[in-house]
Design a protein around this ligand. Sequence first.
Ligand SMILES: [Zn+2]
Length: 293
Amino acid sequence: MDLRKTLDSGRVLLLDGAMGTELEKVHLRGDCFANIARQVDVAKIHLHSLAAGSEAITTNTFPLNALTPEAVRQQVDLDRANRLGVAIARTVAGDRGFVLGGMGPTGRVFGMDPAMTEANVHAAFLAQARSLTAEGVDALIIETMTSLEEALLALRACKEAKPELPVLVSMSYYTPDKGIRTLMGETAVECAQALQEKGASAVGTNCSAFTMPQMADAVGAMRRFTNIPTIAQPNAGQPHGEESTYDMTPAVFADGVGECIKRGATIVGGCCGAGPEHIRAVATKLRSGREVR
Ligand SMILES: [Zn+2]
């Protein structure tokens, strides 16, 4: 299977739900050692996603760059944890699904943290991209980015690690009331265009503080101003209180994802709160043909 061919075909590709909120269900929160110490738990989450209909699973490697506060605090062997993340996903997927190497943000803010120099951020992402690609992924996916500057550094690092590999880049937007913008103030269209120009294979949004119609609007806007596939991975609702519970039903979630597909998304999945049951609802909808464009 060649992921690039699937991306080029224009058909809808179903990704998985969120790893973070599924790990919390087995009492693993922000744990950088899960790929080392809790491999069965991680493998089960991948397995459930594939059984629900995911065609691609994302490795449990989101916080595993040298700058995230979790990685710094836990002093994890990042190369080993990243490689094991790929190995677990690959073992579970076999030839039934693509494996996407997952990369998240540093969790730090430019201008507010002395560690956030261009060289540091680039080096952190390059090291992670090298570990992931060395172990063998079908693509890299940079997710939940809240700063275009940081997303571009991550993209550059991915292109350097393995130039021929597709790189998917997904941003999070938090200010729908001011037009869809990142925390740093960049619009979805600005981000999508800049990332396309620098070689992203797909651009989109995940984990944003939107309602489903707002996410569909963001997809529509990005779709109009780019010519690469558009990603939509909404949360299954919004976090409530400190415990971050999500209560969107699979049916409502699938309808929302369907709306994103109508507006042009061809790479869809779920973020926080979206588990296998949400993916299954989307898969059923896709199979029914109603959302196949
Ligand atoms: Zn999320």
